[in-house]
Design a protein around this ligand. Structure first.
Ligand code: ZN
Length: 421
């Protein structure tokens, strides 16, 4: 055979074998051997998950390793949709005297989300219609975490002090107009920190919510004189509106559990009619004296969220998985806890494309380790509850790419490498 012909045949054979490989490797990433919990799809068993182009391509009992360019072994671990935290404060900036709105009390999200399995964080009203665009440029456009937002009914957002008491800066129409400019990013209206005796801020928030067809989230309390929790839950709120900080017991707000340790009947009735009870743990809004009796009586949260900011990050709150672990140790099942941090919050914010791992969905995924041992958990007044279960995030994928890998489970061993060491 002539050398040239021989070379040509070799090239053809090589090309054929490469095309064979690329055809066989039809997936980018395969998560193999893990226990999949996907509450939307009622999946709670060992399943393999294959990813292509940042989306879920196949979910099956067995997917062969040779069909994927990269296989990540997840034996003994739980695979869940990327977590959705619907109460955070991430409008970080350096404005003086601006509390949590473009200032120091808010946090850059990527350093707090992925390590806890969170792939979507919703800012809870740090910005209003006047400064939402600044928030978008500074945080939303620059974060790897998917950032969505509740827009504050106060036009200037959550700048603290008298700015949040200004009825003259609470305009339902202008707020709804801004929502309509960014319908993919703004998911709700937020009302917080209003201490006056009127219902006007709440009524205007609901008006904006009706105009934009989105829910209202309320941080209720501190009103002088007192405003009725029953009126808020049973008359003012629409089904789908959100009562955050639900296990708090703060000055000027009726708690969900009464002085005798009983959940108030109208609270149970409100949840039944569709009011959303959100944890919003924060630095001052989660007490075991509320949560433990509530859980014992079957009153569980609809959504678990952090209320992440500098005042909560290093206290009893810590991160999303620490709060989820508290609810596990208070008696909720792992499946329930995962649902309150994935599919339910996705429905609450009307983003049903998120919070599940259906074929075609974005490959935002958390791989969790459920550790068994002796652990302690703190509430916001530093009372401790002991527990035996603790969730830890091993791996987080955002649109199919690794964004957090605690123990390097997705990476090759250094001694197997061929590059310069
Ligand atoms: Zn908050």
């Amino acid at each position: 055979m002539k050398p040239i012909l021989k070379a040509r045949i070799l090239i053809v054979v090589t090309l054929l074998s490469f095309s064979h490989i690329s055809q066989a490797q039809q997936y980018d990433v395969l998560l193999k051997g893990g226990h999949l919990i996907d509450p939307k799809n009622s999946v709670d068993e060992k399943m393999d998950v294959a990813i292509l182009d940042g989306k879920i391509a196949t979910v099956a009992l067995q997917i062969p390793e040779d069909k994927a360019k990269k296989t990540i072994h997840a034996q003994g671990l739980y695979i869940t949709p990327g977590l959705i935290d619907i109460h955070t404060h991430v409008f970080w900036g350096t404005k003086p005297d601006a509390y949590i709105s473009n200032s120091y009390t808010s946090l850059p999200p990527d350093g707090f989300t992925f390590r806890a399995g969170v792939t979507t964080a919703v800012d809870a009203g740090s910005s209003g219609w006047r400064n939402f665009r600044v928030f978008k440029e500074q945080t939303i456009d620059r974060s790897k975490t998917r950032i969505l937002a509740f827009l504050n009914i106060v036009g200037s957002g959550m700048k603290g002090g008298p700015i949040e008491q200004n009825l003259g800066d609470m305009d339902a129409k202008l707020t709804a107009m801004m929502v309509k400019e960014y319908p993919d990013l703004i998911v709700g209206i937020k009302l917080a920190h209003y201490y006056g005796p009127e219902w006007d801020p709440l009524d205007r928030s609901v008006e904006a919510g009706v105009l934009a067809d989105i829910p209202v989230m309320v941080d209720f309390g501190g009103h002088t004189p007192h405003l009725s929790l029953e009126t808020l839950l049973m008359e003012k709120f629409r089904p789908g509106d959100i009562f955050t900080h639900c296990y708090a017991n703060v000055r000027g707000r009726t708690s969900v559990v009464d002085e005798n340790g009983k959940v108030r009947p109208y609270v149970v009735a409100a949840q039944k009619k569709g009011i959303v009870f959100d944890v919003g743990h924060g630095g001052g809004s989660f007490l075991f004296t509320q949560a433990i009796p509530a859980l014992a009586q079957g009153f569980k949260p609809n959504s678990i969220s952090t209320d992440l900011h500098t005042g909560s990050m290093n206290g009893g709150m810590k991160d999303m998985l620490n709060i989820m672990s508290k609810f596990l140790n208070m008696g909720m099942t792992l499946n329930e806890v995962i649902k309150t941090a994935t599919w339910t919050p996705a429905m609450v914010i009307k983003h049903q494309e998120l919070g599940h791992l259906s074929v075609g969905a974005v490959a935002d995924i958390a791989i969790l380790n459920l550790r068994i041992g002796q652990f302690g958990f703190l509430d916001v007044r530093n009372w401790k509850m002991n527990g035996t279960q603790k969730l830890e995030c091993e791996l987080t994928l955002r649109e199919g790419g690794v964004v957090w890998d605690l123990n390097g489970m997705s990476m090759p061993k250094w001694e197997d490498g061929t590059r310069n060491k």
